[in-house]
Structures are given as C-alpha cells and as structure tokens.
Design a protein around this ligand. Structure first.
Ligand code: NAD
Ligand code: TYD
Length: 354
C-alpha cells in the first residue's frame, strides 16, 4: 500500500543485515518519508551495506548506541519521530553463549531505553508506532511435528533468545501499562546478501571460497525455517502500515531444511558457480562438537500474516540461495572488508572444538 503522508521513521540497527534491506526498501518506496538510521556500527553493522542509497535526500545516518540513555532521550527530543522500527541487537547465538551480558545490555536494556524515550516523547500524541523486530527463537525448540503460532508460549533456551524474549515482554508491558502503541513480529532465520559471515549460510559460502572446513554442529539434523531477507523486509513494511497495534505477527516462508541437507545443496551450487567438479565442496564438511543447548527445530506458522494482511514469500529457496551465493561471490571486496581490519577477530573466532 502506498502511503503519501510525510513521516519520520527511526530504524535502529539499519546498518546490519536485515536493517539495511529494510532501509533500502523504505527509502525507495516512500520518497515522502524521512528515514533515520540509528546504528552503533558494531562488527555486524557496516555502512558499506547502504552505499547505493546513502545519498538519498530522504535518508539520514545517526551513529549512536541504544544503551546510551541521555543520547537517545536527546535524539527523541530533537526529532519528532512518527515511528520506530527497532532492529538493533546482538544477533548471534554462539556469541551469546560466550558473553550473555552483552546481549542483556543491547537487547534488553537498549530496548527499554528506546521504549522510555518513545513514551516520553509521544505522551498525548496520536498516530505513533513502536515496531519491535524479534525472532521465532523466543518460542523455544520444536520436536518433529508442529509449528510456532502467535499463541505458542515463550520458552527461550539460549542467552540470545532469552534476551530477545525479555525485550518482547518489555514491549508488551509498555503497551499494557502505559498505552504505548506497539507491534511485534517474530521471524524465522533470514538469508540473503549483506549478512556478516558468522551465521551458517554466509560463513559456509566464505569458507568454501577459501577452501576451509565447514563445521557442522552435532549430527547436522537440526532444522531451521529459512526466509529470504527481502521478504522479511516486505513483511515489516506491510505490518508497520497495516498491522493492528498491540498485536504480534509471525513471519516465515514454510521452508524447513535440516542443516546437512541445506549444506549439501549449498555445496552443490557453489561447485557449479565456481566451476569445480561436482562433490568438491562437500569434501570440506566436518562434523564438530555440538553447540550447547542447541535448539532442535524451528518452524513458523505465518497463517495470521498471510490471511489478515495478505503477505506471502515471493521466492523459492533454491532461487534465493543461488542469488545469495552469486552476491557473495561477486562482492569480494565487501567480504574481504568485513573479515579484515577491525573485524578480523570477530570473523576468525571459532565457537566449536573438534
Ligand atoms: P545484525 O547483527 O546483522 O545487525 C545488528 C545491527 O544492530 C548492526 O548494524 C549493529 O551495528 C547494530 N547494533 C548492535 N548493537 C547496537 C547498539 N547498542 N546500538 C545501536 N546499534 C547497535 O542483525 P540482523 O540479523 O540484521 O538482525 C536484526 C534484528 O532482527 C535483530 O533484532 C534480530 O534479533 C532480529 N532477527 C534476526 C533474524 C536473522 O535471521 N538474522 C531473524 C529474526 C529476527
Ligand atoms: P545460525 O546461522 O547461527 O542461526 P541460529 O542459530 O540463530 O538458528 O545457525 C543455523 C543452524 O546452523 C543452527 O542449527 C546451527 C548450525 N550451524 C552449524 O552447524 N555450523 C556453524 O558453523 C554455524 C554458524 C551454525
């Protein structure tokens, strides 16, 4: 739906993987809006993700930390935001196992600081919205059967998902206690361009490129429900404009893969794209010690979003995965930049032991 009103929207974490796709979509689709991107530029945030839109007249980058209360209060005092779309977070499960505190600080405290600033700035004003972007990992781990719905009780099991679950609870608490207009969406695993090569798909693409081992955790039969990042950004746009305040929407593409099956497909496409004999990349697969507390299966029921708001995923996984692989292979300097210099230690960090 085209919206011709002028609006000022604050996107947090817009230099990250999903945030950069969302910013690109909003800038191009809504020339009447002004999009502010607030980002601390951690190892996962990179302004190179936005070079194609950074000069747009309806875009402003603000470097800052969501855990810095006075700075956030001042920002909300200076600019009368119509809405916030909150993505800034520490996002990698393995890092959360190593350093849970950093996840509490950014994901929980940072969210509460933003909620406070919005509550103060929006007191007595109409037509505002705080949209919180969350994960299906808050629902815990599924067995072989069943799906997460919006009614599934929260059962987070990693430090990452516990911090995200806590932030979701605070967002709902601000709705119920203070009447802050909020919406939450919980999405499954995203894949696509511009993702830091620590998560499964970009890590394995980069490792294959450098002929490095592919560390498969445990038995490799863990299942994830993969969604193309652009379809997630489109869902956020739709929910932001048409969703009901106080509600939650699950987002997912009905696209479950056991890790090892996904890895085989990825290896085979990599062989084709790199012009290597079939089976070459699969030889890099190495089973390693499992991630502690590893959730067995995630799967989303997105029926509410599909039937109430008319969303559906637009691309098949095989198409999307090939596009994604092609992007990483043809953006060598991006990959080199994010894995070198100040980011080198983040990239080189190994979370498993053989
Ligand atoms: P990402 O790690 O790629 O990006 C996070 C961004 O937040 C980075 O640009 C980083 O610089 C910024 N940031 C981190 N700490 C900050 C702070 N204190 N202040 C300001 N900015 C800060 O993450 P992503 O994969 O794009 O995920 C974005 C959001 O979507 C997160 O809230 C995540 O929980 C959620 N989510 C992710 C997935 C997924 O598959 N990646 C799925 C569902 C939900
Ligand atoms: P990841 O991309 O870290 O996302 P999440 O843990 O948030 O779902 O991992 C996706 C799956 O791949 C998960 O089951 C863990 C597994 N995995 C590996 O087997 N090896 C790896 O090196 C990584 C990073 C993940």
């Amino acid at each position: 739906m085209m919206d011709h009103k002028q609006r000022k929207i604050l996107v947090t974490g817009g230099a990250g993987f999903i945030g950069s796709h969302l910013i690109r979509l909003l800038i191009n689709k809504y020339p009447n809006y002004h999009i502010y991107n607030l980002d601390k530029l951690t190892y996962a945030g990179n302004l190179e993700n936005l070079t194609d839109v950074e000069k747009a007249p309806n875009y402003t980058f603000v470097k800052g930390d969501i855990t810095d209360g006075p700075f956030i209060q001042e920002l909300f005092g200076k600019i009368d935001f119509d809405g916030v779309i909150h993505l800034a977070a520490e996002s990698h499960v393995d890092r959360s196992i190593e350093n849970p505190t950093a996840f509490v600080e950014t994901n929980v405290l940072g969210t509460v600081i933003l909620l406070n600033a919005a509550k103060t700035a929006w007191e007595g004003k109409e037509d505002k919205l705080f949209y919180h972007v969350s994960t299906d990992e808050v629902y815990g781990s599924l067995g072989e059967e069943g799906f997460f719905t919006e009614e599934t009780p929260y059962d987070p099991r990693s430090p990452y998902s516990s911090a995200k679950a806590s932030s979701d609870h605070f967002v709902r608490a601000y709705y119920h206690t203070y009447g802050l207009p909020v919406i939450i969406s919980n999405c499954s695993n995203n894949y696509g361009s511009h993702q830091f090569p620590e998560k499964l798909i970009p890590l394995f693409i980069n490792n294959i490129k450098h002929n490095k081992a592919l560390p498969v955790y445990g038995d490799g039969k863990y299942t994830r429900d993969w969604l193309w990042v652009v379809d997630h950004a489109k869902a956020i746009d739709l929910i932001y404009h048409s969703g009901l305040k106080g509600e939650t929407y699950n987002i997912g593409g009905k696209n479950e893969w056991k890790n090892i099956e996904l890895i085989h497909l990825l290896c085979d496409i990599m062989d084709e794209e790199l012009g290597k004999p079939s089976g070459t990349s699969r030889e890099l697969i190495t089973y390693v010690k499992d991630r502690p507390g590893h959730d067995r299966r995630y799967a989303i029921d997105a029926e509410k979003l599909e039937s109430k708001l008319g969303w559906k995923a637009t691309i098949t996984f095989k198409e999307g995965l090939r596009e994604t692989i092609k992007w990483y292979l043809s953006n060598e300097s991006w990959l080199n930049n994010v894995t070198s210099g100040a980011y080198k230690d983040y990239y080189n960090k190994q979370y498993h032991t053989a």
